[in-house]
Ligand binder design. Structure first.
Ligand SMILES: C[S@@+](CC[C@H](N)C(=O)[O-])C[C@H]1O[C@@H](n2cnc3c(N)ncnc32)[C@H](O)[C@@H]1O
Length: 279
């Protein structure tokens, strides 16, 4: 089976993928596999592994086939209704984490909004790191919200989470205020559509990927609503792509009620997050 994965475009490590498939689907680690290779695995179980390998060869991301993805050291349930959590998003998480550690008295309970929550990986990871944090999740996709709810349950933080369906800030009451708002919005611009990996373009939800309007206008609108739902001193941080960092920074800079607007860079010097604090 490993041989079939070897020639695939987006398979980086066929051994690791094969190990993952056997571990998740059959509960077999590599040593067990050698023992069971002598004819002890039930045919239906092997059939399900074969099916996964066929789908993988056809380009379906492994996370969807296994129904799970790793993020911030934890495993998250995923379906094709949600973006597969990316390591890049850990920059957003880290910015939120620093904020809580630096800015807020540790004993106070805190509230956070995970805007465009998808699988819930951002808000749930923050809830796991901070036991007094309460998180509201908003997504326009009811199917994505169901995935986030299931993940909150799996990680034992559901009682501190609330799930709201709607268009960005629309489901909130105008008096709702948060200590921090973290958002990983769709940010692939039409210009970058051709540069996307085929497996992403063909299989991940378009709603989670594409920004169908001018980035500056989008980030300005998002930032303007964010400040009206932040407590004084609160953090608004948004993930950006390599060509949406500057429009996002320019847009957020225009907001008088946001100060210290700046970026978080990755190891290559690319801006991954733009953030500001509510005056
Ligand atoms: C880039 S994904 C991020 C998902 C998740 N937060 C993560 O980091 O993996 C963007 C999410 O925004 C949601 N979304 C798109 N348009 C939206 C809108 N108008 N209002 C609320 N959520 C929206 C999508 O359904 C998707 O789940």
């Amino acid at each position: 089976m490993r041989g079939r994965l070897d020639g695939c475009n987006d398979v980086v490590d066929s051994r690791q993928e094969t190990d993952n498939i056997f571990r998740v689907k059959l509960g077999l680690d590599p040593t067990d596999r050698i023992i069971h290779a002598r004819g002890h695995v039930h045919t239906p179980a092997l059939e399900s592994v074969r099916h996964i390998v066929n789908e993988r060869v056809a380009g379906v991301p492994l996370a969807y086939l296994l129904g799970r993805a790793d993020f911030d050291g934890n495993s998250f349930f995923v379906t094709r209704d949600v973006l597969i959590p990316r390591q890049d998003t850990e920059f957003l998480l880290r910015r939120g984490d620093w904020f809580i550690r630096d800015q807020i008295k540790p004993r106070r309970s805190m509230s956070m909004l995970d805007l465009g929550s998808g699988s819930g990986c951002v808000g749930i990871s923050m809830a796991l790191r901070h036991p007094r944090l309460e998180v509201v999740f908003i997504d326009i996709s009811p199917a994505a919200l169901e995935v986030a709810r299931k993940n909150a349950r799996l990680h034992g933080v559901e009682q501190r989470c609330q799930f709201l369906e709607g268009d960005w800030f629309e489901p909130l009451d105008r008096r709702d205020r948060f200590d921090l708002i973290l958002c990983n919005p769709p940010y692939i611009t039409r210009r970058n559509d051709p540069l996307l990996e085929k497996s992403v373009r063909d299989h991940e939800p378009r709603l989670a990927l594409f920004l169908n309007e001018d980035p500056r206008e989008f980030f300005f609108r998002l930032g303007r609503s964010a400040v009206s739902h932040l407590r004084t001193g609160g953090l608004f941080a948004v993930e950006v792509g390599y060509d949406t960092g500057w429009p996002a920074r320019e847009a957020l800079d225009k907001l008088k009620s946001l100060e210290r607007v700046q970026g978080v860079h990755d190891f290559n010097g690319t801006e991954r997050v733009i953030w500001g604090l509510r005056r």
